[in-house]
Design a protein around this ligand. Structure first.
Ligand SMILES: *Cc1c(COP(=O)(O)O)cnc(C)c1O
Length: 391
């Protein structure tokens, strides 16, 4: 034991708050202080904290069976896969425990696809500002200095393009490109929305060259934008998609969804996971998917999103010294700040409102999809006080 070194590896800059309970959109400290949670565990607690139906699904499964190996049939996993196939472009799903693991499989699936075709297509195109996780593959994919420095040699096979540069994309997307991997809405990158037209254009370019389109919907998926998946707004579909965060509602669960064609190389023995898709995770994930896809749920999200957006636009107009603009879509919104974004996060925290910083001097607002209009009004009132405290 070295006294100076923290028992928890000090890779996080933690905020000195420790919550003991969660109730819907609220997090509660030991001393009873209540914080309005516009982070949702970074888009994880999509249905808020301690949603009764999720608590029930988890408890029932915990009483029956926690874990069995993927050596055996897992009915809850098959049921969740069926639900995802029914509601999306996908023909098939593989379950992971995180977004990073989903990114790893997406990369492997792309490589295996071209290997089976005996084609030499070594490059996956990615975009500056991207975030796909923290594994060696995922940091190489995103390529930013911040994530890769000191961790070389980096995994080869990625080419990082500037965000929004159509000419650079067209020039790079030749027949050595295996796939294009992109977030329809960049989360960590600062709530940067890929316009529907651009996603459509990207789909067409991929069709022309045969490159697979891989969408990372780990943060923007599972109802966050008001559709089950963000790409639905553009009316196009990917070949492969990474999902995580919201799908488990707080239980570690991720997935790779794919078309039969894109997944065709992934035969028995080519990939696996000990925990991926275990009964506990799939019991919860199944309930999350059931709730989000129930009649009217996403209509409600879109309605509330419109209300929040309108209120935020008014907030930005009222504090032009603090805010530059509102960004994003659905309940994945960002306030582009003129003050340092961390100052606003701290000022909001002083008003018992939790928000998340992102790159590009943005403060992210990621309320649970179950947020009420009253809670939205309360949050905007608190942001107003926070902004006034900084002026
Ligand atoms: C969070 C995130 C990941 C990584 O997910 P983990 O569960 O943290 O491994 C990947 N891609 C995007 C877009 C994310 O927001």
């Amino acid at each position: 034991m070295t006294a100076q070194f923290p028992a928890v590896l000090p890779t996080y800059n933690r905020i000195p708050l420790a919550f003991r309970r969660g109730e819907g959109a609220w997090l509660i400290e030991e001393n009873g202080a209540r914080y309005l949670d516009f982070t949702s565990g970074i888009a994880v607690n999509a249905l808020g904290h301690a949603h009764p139906a999720l608590v029930q699904a988890l408890s029932e499964q915990a009483n029956a069976l926690w874990h069995v190996s993927n050596l055996y049939e897992i009915p809850a996993q098959a049921k969740l896969a069926d639900a995802l196939v029914e509601h999306t472009f996908a023909d098939t799903a593989f379950f992971t425990n995180s977004g990073t693991e989903a990114a790893e499989l997406a990369i492997k699936m792309v490589r295996k696809y071209w290997f089976e075709k005996a084609a030499n297509r070594p490059t996956i195109l990615t975009f500056e500002g991207a975030f796909h996780g923290r594994s060696t593959g995922a940091i190489a994919a995103a390529g930013s200095e911040k994530m890769t420095k000191g961790f070389g040699p980096l995994m080869p096979g990625f080419k990082v393009l500037p965000w929004g540069d159509h000419d650079a994309l067209r020039a790079a997307l030749d027949d050595t490109v295996a796939a294009v991997m992109i977030e329809p809405v960049q989360g960590e990158g600062g709530i940067r929305l890929l316009p529907d037209q651009c996603l459509k254009g990207l789909r067409e370019l991929c069709n022309q060259t045969g490159a697979l389109l891989v969408l990372d919907e780990v943060q923007c998926g599972m109802g966050r934008t008001g559709r089950l998946f963000a790409h639905e707004w553009a009316g196009v579909t990917p070949d492969i998609m990474m999902v995580a965060k919201g799908i488990g509602g707080g239980f570690p669960l991720g997935a790779v969804l794919a078309t039969a064609n894109a997944a065709s190389g992934m035969t028995a023995g080519t990939h696996g996971s000990t925990y991926g898709g275990n009964p506990l995770a799939c019991a919860v994930g199944g309930k999350v998917v059931e709730i989000i896809t129930a009649d009217g749920f996403l209509d409600g999200v879109r309605h509330k999103a419109g209300f929040l957006r309108q209120r935020l636009e008014a907030l930005v107009s009222a504090h032009p010294d603090i805010f530059e603009a509102v960004r994003g879509t659905g309940l994945m919104l960002g306030l582009k700040c003129r003050c340092p974004n961390l100052d606003l996060v701290k000022a909001a925290q002083a008003q018992f409102l939790l928000t998340v910083p992102a790159a590009d001097n943005v403060v992210r607002l990621l309320p649970p999809l179950t947020i009420t209009e009253d809670e939205i009004s309360e949050a905007v009132a608190r942001l107003d006080l926070a902004a006034s405290s900084l002026s």
